[in-house]
Design a protein around this ligand. Structure first.
Ligand code: P71
Length: 461
């Protein structure tokens, strides 16, 4: 067979347990989305056919992970599984100290409370909803220092997760290093569309921060996916292993917050990892207040074992290539139908550009929210709004933030869906695209004070 006809990847696993999913009728979906206030977060998962809400906690664990679950040591203190987790973090990421938490935002909470004083500023390569909220709750304010290209869905920049060093320098000049407890660097930047940063850029950030004695904290949630893109795109890295690249990334930083529900292939879990002993001590004192003893955080022993094994699986080249490859497959398919998406195609999902999809709608009638509801109506595929609703209101002005990126995320769980599922998704998006001029906006009729996207309710205009 000629190379041209060969597929670039296939799943490096076979399936030994299946979970039936059910198809619904259009009438059932109309009732379901109305009842959910046109918010896909409020749908019952039983009413969903293909669930692309998130890749968080939705992955299929391996037989090894399930076997590990049976070896859970559920002792209150000193569980053997904690030591396995600690050893995996030390070996793979290289951070010295590990504080287990029930998931990523709990690590963000603890880090924010122990490092941020009122009036501090937190530069970062684009906001993430929970990260920014915990910074704000601790009295800090987030400042975006990502490159401009990240805010442009059409820019083909290969490393849209990069930091703009001039923006970072300007924040330091304006506020002074004393007001910056750390710079937050995410790998495979979620809100930009799963876009990687380069090691060259990260090293430059490290150097700049060293000059001012500022910490660099890594949001490592999708670091293996970022490492795959570095291997694929960054000069000098093609021959390095994913493990080597992951380690090189972590080596540039002083610690990480981690939602193990993504890269690490578990349904629940996370941790805060640090190199500084005094900071670790403070974090350990906090974890017992909010999560649980410092040798389990919010996790059962069996959960920690699954994370430890999942961390090792996350850096397997064949795994990560197939994972990113499946996202690429869906993205290309959607592009073939002419649908506007964020480019380059990201690591964990395909992000539809709702502004370009629905140019007739103003951002304050929530085009991405409306589009996600419309895709559900068409096929029972559940997507997530990542636009004006997710961005929330500016605490100063009280007005909608109206972010540049108004996106619908089709997020792919790991090792869960097949290529045929991807075809169904792409065809549904294409169908909705054909009907796009008939799509109307939404009015928000219930708005929670925090993280409004989770529970907000809407009505069609
Ligand atoms: C995602 C999630 C889960 C989520 C969170 C908030 C709103 C909607 C969905 C979670 C992340 C993440 C990054 C980069 C920290 C967290 C929090 N992502 N950093 O994308 O992507 O972790 O959910 O374990 O608390 O669907 P947590």
């Amino acid at each position: 067979m000629s190379e041209k006809r060969r597929r670039s990847w296939a799943e490096p696993f076979k399936i030994k347990m299946v979970e039936p999913i059910k198809m619904t009728t259009r009438a059932e979906r109309e009732a379901a989305i109305r009842e959910a206030g046109y918010n896909t977060f409020l749908l019952k998962s039983e009413d969903v056919y293909i669930d692309l809400l998130t890749d968080s906690g939705t992955s299929a664990m391996s037989d090894r992970q399930w076997a590990g679950m049976m070896l859970g040591d559920e002792s209150y203190a000193g569980s053997r599984n904690f030591y396995h987790l600690e050893a995996a973090v030390r070996e793979i990421y290289g951070y010295k100290y590990v504080v287990p938490t029930h998931q990523g935002r709990a690590a963000e909470h603890i880090l924010s409370q122990i490092t941020i004083k009122p009036g501090d500023v937190l530069p970062g390569n684009m906001y993430f909803t929970t990260t920014r909220l915990h910074q704000e709750l601790a009295g800090g304010s987030f400042v975006d220092v990502i490159i401009d290209e990240a805010h442009d869905p059409a820019s083909e920049h290969p490393f849209k997760g990069n930091v703009d060093l001039r923006k970072l320098q300007a924040v330091i000049d304006e506020h002074g290093a004393g007001k910056i407890p750390y710079v937050c660097i995410a790998t495979a930047v979620n809100m930009a569309g799963g876009q990687p940063l380069s090691l060259a850029n990260l090293k430059a950030v490290r150097e700049l921060c060293n000059r001012y004695g500022i910490r660099v904290i890594h949001d490592a949630t999708r670091v293996a996916e970022n490492a795959y893109f570095i291997k694929d795109r960054e000069p000098g890295y093609a021959r390095k292993t994913i493990a080597e690249i992951v380690r090189e990334i972590c080596d540039q930083t002083d610690g990480c917050t981690m939602s193990a529900k993504k890269d690490a292939l578990v349904n629940i879990g996370g941790f805060l990892a640090l190199n500084d002993e005094a900071l670790f001590d403070a974090a350990r004192n906090m974890v017992v207040v909010y999560e649980g003893l410092h040798t389990y955080g919010g996790m059962a022993g069996r959960d920690m074992e699954a994370v430890a094994i999942g961390l090792h699986e996350s850096i397997d080249y064949e795994h990560i290539k197939a994972r990113v490859g499946q996202v690429l497959y869906l993205g290309r398919k959607v592009q073939e139908f002419g649908v506007p998406i964020v480019v380059p195609i990201g690591s964990h999902g395909v992000f539809l550009d709702a502004k370009a999809f629905l140019p007739h709608l103003d951002q304050d009638v929530y085009p991405a929210q409306a589009l996600a509801a419309e895709i559900y109506l068409d096929s029972g595929v559940r997507a997530m709004e990542r636009g004006n609703v997710s961005a929330g209101r500016d605490p100063q002005t009280g007005r909608n933030r109206r972010p540049n990126l108004e996106l619908v995320r089709l997020t792919i769980p790991r090792r869960v869906y097949t290529q045929a599922h991807m075809d169904v998704v792409a065809e549904s998006v294409a169908e909705v695209y054909d009907q796009r001029t008939a799509i109307k906006g939404l009015k928000m009729v219930y708005e929670p004070a925090q993280l409004r996207f989770f529970q907000a309710r809407f009505e069609p205009l």
